[in-house]
Ligand binder design. Structure first.
Ligand SMILES: *Cc1c(COP(=O)(O)O)cnc(C)c1O
Length: 246
């Protein structure tokens, strides 16, 4: 029988027995959850106010299954096509899992994204917002949406600029009627992340959006201290990613 997930053969990490893998992923999940809880308590927040999103991009289906076996239910993927290959069989087995799109979304994939994801974190331009609104009407499915903010105003990075965020939120939420629930950011890799997290929180306060998706393996505790409701953690749970092949 062929491997369910061909790309799993390209895993950078050595092949492990299923039991070892499940134990590793389970232990990593528990450790990250403990650190989130400690960071939340230190900031005077309820640990339950922070959701851990396990970012499984580029990893084979067996790592996602190990996390599911450990009881984890909230996952993020970066690419629509990869998620379409990986997740429908897992969801058939575990109907209560939540799947979030964290990567850039092309307008011509809006229909697929609406059909597959429970949350779309990367709404960042009017053309995409319009396509999502159209698809939600057509499919009668309304995944919650986050607006991605390019807090570092990096030219190569997706996201609306901070000074355009309020108007874009209003356009999506009030103009198009999209189910906008929050904001997401990816700070510049070479900068101290806290000012970016604080800026996202401030835009959330101004726009009345309570969901803040911010923080990754290297900085999720900082993000929790600054109000993250969702942290997106990949490497610290699943190990190093195999190199991306385009
Ligand atoms: C890959 C990715 C993550 C996870 O990054 P790690 O450093 O592996 O935790 C989080 N958010 C987004 C948008 C990503 O693309």
């Amino acid at each position: 029988m062929p491997d369910l997930e061909p790309s799993s053969q390209a895993d950078a990490t050595p092949r492990l027995g299923a039991d070892t893998l499940a134990a590793d992923v389970g232990a990593n999940l528990a450790a990250v959850r403990d650190r989130i809880a400690a960071a939340a308590r230190a900031a005077g927040r309820e640990p339950a106010s922070v959701t851990l999103v396990a970012i499984s991009k580029t990893h084979g289906v067996e790592r996602a299954r190990a996390a599911l076996d450990a009881g984890h239910r909230v996952f993020g993927e970066n690419r629509v096509q990869e998620a379409q290959r990986k997740w429908p069989p897992l969801r058939a087995a575990v109907p209560d899992l939540e799947l979030r799109l964290n990567g850039p979304l092309q307008t011509n994939k809006a229909a697929d994204a609406v059909a597959l994801f429970d949350v779309i974190e990367t709404v960042d331009r009017p053309k995409l917002a319009a396509a999502l609104a159209r698809e939600m009407d057509r499919q009668g499915r309304r995944p919650a949406c986050l607006i991605q903010v390019n807090t570092g105003e990096e030219p190569q990075k997706a996201g609306v600029t901070p000074d355009a965020a309020d108007a874009f939120v209003a356009h999506c939420r009030d103009g198009l009627g999209l189910p906008i629930v929050g904001l997401m950011c990816i700070p510049p890799a070479d900068e101290e992340p806290s000012p970016h997290f604080a800026l996202l929180r401030e835009i959330g306060r101004r726009t009345g959006l309570s969901v803040l998706s911010m923080g990754m393996s290297g900085d999720y505790e900082v993000a929790v201290a600054l109000g993250a409701t969702h942290v997106r953690v990949g490497t610290a749970i699943f190990g190093a990613r195999p190199p991306l092949v385009h």
